[in-house]
Design a protein around this ligand. Structure first.
Ligand SMILES: [Zn+2]
Length: 427
């Protein structure tokens, strides 16, 4: 069968691993049937004559991966940041999410969210919607059209939630979820449903048990929150006195990774000991959300420990606990937060480097989607072309320095073109 190939040319960057950033100035990145065929100084034998899109002096990086964000919260990002998690949920989040029962409001909110996400440097994301099935499907329809690859979750919550945003009981929550999954079948190419118990406090044991069975039957991935904030961790301890750690409150229902259950848990600020062992054993992905953890005064996750132990970790913006939807910004927040943690509370965990943060925002999180986040051969061809000519400087900067500036200045407007799985979706 004839394969379709093309190349893009520019200053290429990708992480070989967490410690090594590969750079190839004026290099060729070849796409063959939606996947990378590798990077080359010149077009190799067999590829002469393929179409080449020459991006000149632009920087070309793998698409960024956001492992955790809430689409219905996008509209009020950068508002009401002076609260801790549980108050913030009750005062800001729940009333806003309740509005997504109204499809015309949902259409407004989700259109803004999807258009903005499509413009920036993110190519893949794990997204929370709300408890409402029609609005969740609307969000999936809109995301599908952007060409971004996303996992989207209808949220489950049947207890400890305000009456206006609480499902009647576990049976109704499960019935809605099953109906939604069946309705998604065969409908999307880019968008995948992901099971989304909001967090242990808002899901009864009966609901968790049902979701566990549903996971087993469907093999769908799971996303939730874990050990984000001290009051939340104490609350879970009260609700589940028989569990040894917060992670076990998901694990006992088969919702915490392991064979056939890809799972991503946001935050893990207070994960330690037994919980980290369980995360490691089950291969759970950690979505590190440094900006949200700072805004809601949750703390700073021990990312150095995660990396040293070889745990699977990527970055999340956690909009709207995080006010910025930029994974560039999450990279720089991750570095800054790790420096403060090191200086103020634990000097045994050295700060993250920018190379490590770049790895987390590309290859680290990309692994949740398969072979994603690198330009090495056989990785899905997700590429972002950055025209940073607007970031002026009298200095002569190397391509590495220019990339560092784009990241620190979170210059999403530099995105000149974007490819996802070989399809050009912008530029
Ligand atoms: Zn969240």
């Amino acid at each position: 069968m004839q394969k379709t190939a093309f190349a893009i040319k520019g200053n290429l960057f990708y992480s070989a691993d967490k410690d090594h950033l590969v750079s190839l100035p004026s290099g060729y990145l070849i796409c063959e049937d939606g996947k990378s065929a590798g990077v080359f100084e010149r077009l190799p034998a067999g590829y002469e004559g393929i179409p080449v899109e020459d991006y000149g002096d632009s920087l070309v990086i793998p698409g960024l991966v956001d492992l955790h964000l809430h689409a219905p919260q996008y509209g009020y990002r950068a508002l009401g940041m002076d609260l801790e998690l549980l108050d913030w949920l009750n005062i800001n989040t729940f009333p806003q999410e309740a509005r997504y029962a109204d499809l015309s409001y949902a259409e407004k909110g989700y259109r803004i969210f999807t258009e903005d996400l499509a413009k920036g440097a993110t190519t893949r994301a794990c997204v929370f919607a709300t408890i409402h099935v029609p609005a969740t499907e609307l969000l999936m329809d809109l995301l599908e059209k952007t060409g971004l690859k996303t996992m989207v979750g209808k949220v489950n919550m049947d207890r400890n939630s305000p009456a206006y945003l609480c499902e009647t009981d576990a049976a109704q929550s499960l019935a809605d979820t099953e109906w939604w999954i069946a309705d998604c079948e065969g409908r999307y190419q880019n968008t995948v449903p992901i099971l989304t118990p909001r967090f242990t406090p808002s899901c009864s044991d009966t609901l968790m048990e049902g979701l566990g069975k549903l996971q087993k039957r469907t093999g769908l991935p799971v996303q939730s929150h874990l050990s984000e904030n001290r009051s939340e961790v104490a609350w879970v301890k009260e609700l589940c006195p028989e569990t040894g750690c917060y992670g076990e409150s998901y694990d006992r229902f088969g919702l915490f990774g392991g064979d056939g259950c890809p799972a991503v848990m946001a935050h893990c600020v207070y994960s330690a000991g037994e919980e980290l062992d369980l995360i490691e054993r089950r291969g759970v992905f950690i979505a590190h959300c440094p900006q949200s953890n700072t805004n809601l005064a949750s703390g700073v996750a021990p990312v150095r420990t995660f990396l040293d132990r070889g745990l699977r970790v990527g970055l999340g913006t956690d909009v709207a606990g995080g006010f910025s939807a930029s994974i560039f910004r999450a990279m720089c927040d991750a570095v800054q937060a790790s420096k403060l943690r090191w200086r103020l509370s634990d000097d045994s965990l050295k700060p993250l480097s920018m190379q490590e943060a770049f790895y987390l925002g590309t290859l680290g999180g990309g692994a949740f989607f398969g072979k994603v986040g690198s330009f090495e051969k056989d990785y899905e061809f997700d590429a972002v072309v950055l025209d940073d000519s607007g970031l002026r400087s009298p200095m002569e900067l190397t391509p590495e320095q220019r990339l560092e500036r784009v990241i620190y200045l979170s210059e999403e407007s530099a995105v000149a073109a974007k490819y996802v799985a070989g399809c050009k979706i912008k530029g």
